[in-house]
Design a protein around this ligand. Sequence first.
Ligand code: SF4
Length: 708
Amino acid sequence: MSNEITRRKFLQVTGGISGTAAAVSGTAHAVPHPPGWRGDQRVQLIATNCEMCFWRCGVMAEVADGKLLKLQGNPHHPMTKGKLCARGNAGVALLNDPDRLKYPQIRVGDRGEGRFKRVSWDEALDFLAERLNDLKKKYGPESVAVFPHGVHSGFFSTLMRAYGTPNSAEPAFAQCRGPRDIGYQLTFGRPVNSPEPIDLEESKCIVLIGSHIGENVFTSQVTAFAEGLAKGAKLIVVDPRFSTAASKANWWLPIKPGTDTALLLAWMNVIIDEKLYDADYLDKYADGLKELEAHVQSYTPEWAEKITEIPAAQIRDTAHAMAEARPAVAIHPGRHVTWYGNDTQRARGMAILTALLGAYGRKGGMFLPTRLAQGRIPLPAMPESEKDAASRANGIYPLATEEAHGLTQVLIDTTLTGNPYRINGWIVYGQNILESIPMRQRTLEAMKKLEFMAVVDVLPTEQTRYADLVLPEATYLERYDPPAIVTTHKRPFVAIRQPAVEPMYESKPGWWIAKQAAKRLQLEEYFPWTDPDDHLRRLIAPLGINESELKSLGAVSFDGKPYIEDRTEADGPLFPSQTGKIELVSSVLKDLGLDAIPKYESVEGPPKGFVRLIYGRSPVHSFSRSENNEWLDDIMQENPIWVSTTAATQFGLHDGQKVIAENQDGVRSPIITLRTTPAIRNDVAYTVHGFGAQAHGMKKAYQHGFSD
Ligand code: SF4
């Protein structure tokens, strides 16, 4: 019997995914052999964690003779408990992707032409250091911007801070979680963070607003969601589309896109007007109820019905369902929450509603993070930048700090305009900026203005064509990354990422590339550890855990203090906001002269003859990062566009037809497949995000589907 896991076998394990629980393959079914053996072959089980998305599920890699045979869930991982989703299983195909970047390259043709010469690592790193030194000398260190992404990007962030630039930005903030984290921070004094501390499995009422758990799969979250529902939690789903989650809901509220804040205000109106809130909790922990009460008086369900197109009676019924279940109400704060530009106030609305129900820090609602004494590696002081970060200097986004991951689009604008100063160099690490940041044309124009651009990547994403220097990174299965030290789990834990196999081709791990670059830039003192083992040891030192136990089990967990009643003064403030209370009325927003309580502001609707495009996720792809994965491509090659059967008939279209979509600016999609369904509003189209790659070197992904 072959020891290889073929694509056919993989499909038997992970194919036919639908719904929620089915999207997760458990260890018990995935491991037909006793641990340590595959057939009659002795295998090593190497514990690490997944990077096919950012959830970092625990993985056991089966390795024999230095070759990866299979990935399975790690049963010792406290959060994901042996579960891997389809993408997690398909990490093997990323490792073996024939399109991978294989050696360092320096551009020889025009920028964007795609002509490069192969060079050695020494040549590549010397070139990098020379260009960075040159830019610093000519324009100052802030003239180089860094686009890092992911927990493993810390090495490059350290390198570039030591170099002296304050300009760093991840789409994780401005294109994803930023408004949510700011909204919750303004209310409770701390951001939501990741993984989201939502007590789904203990909840009596789960509320999803634009979240489609089940199609959006993070193993432990989808498991907790299924568990909560199995235990009888009521489910309210607010979504213009009848999602998989909506199919399990007690109430599906097909809201008019962009009007969610109106619904949230109407829910607050009912809960306050009928005195259904948790008065003791608010008395003790919150400020501003009187002001909020006056503010929401006019936001009645009848008012909201006209805006949201959800019947007033349903708004009342769902408010009552939440109130009956309080405090065990899990209002999911969402993840990709940048929708209409009014998103911070929508997040504030969700946070305030959570507070009214007494659900923050309570069983079945949102639980509290538990601090872990993470080790710090002492570094010399970072150089003071003479100039503010571009995002701060332009003053438009007062709540978006560099600590909060910066603003990608501001760095692109600054590169294009030279305002407040010139940015002439980019370092891109772990991001696919042409796919993750809207208005790719602007990003391309900005790239063409650069004097220098370096890309560190695993695959030849489109941006690599525009780079002066391309550095091939090892995949997550071939490298050490900083350990995951996770406080937003009921049992906080430390989990390790360590190489299962040696890096293939001439690829190198990110830590090595950053450390080598630092050496050439005379910044070695910012990397005062000798190797990954030394780095790990220093980070886990104060935690008192056994290093070899961590390496063999993959994760070690600690007792948590998830609920208010678990906490003592020694655990720090319950609500580390400016006032030390839950701020129903935000003192920070008030000080800034902004709306201290959310109010409803309408968003521009689609022009006549157009429908609103909304987008979501698939359980078998992680944005554009998995498009080229052979196993996942076998399951889903493209993203059809959904429209309602009624709208399709009006346009004279039918299911399965090949169509071209055009937006209000005249931008056209390639030829794509139409899916018609009654399960969506008539004024909405839907697709899965992450398709439509224009990278010639990614042969599976190239021009499959379209980019939203
Ligand atoms: S949810 Fe899936 S892709 Fe994401 S980390 Fe877990 S196994 Fe990997």
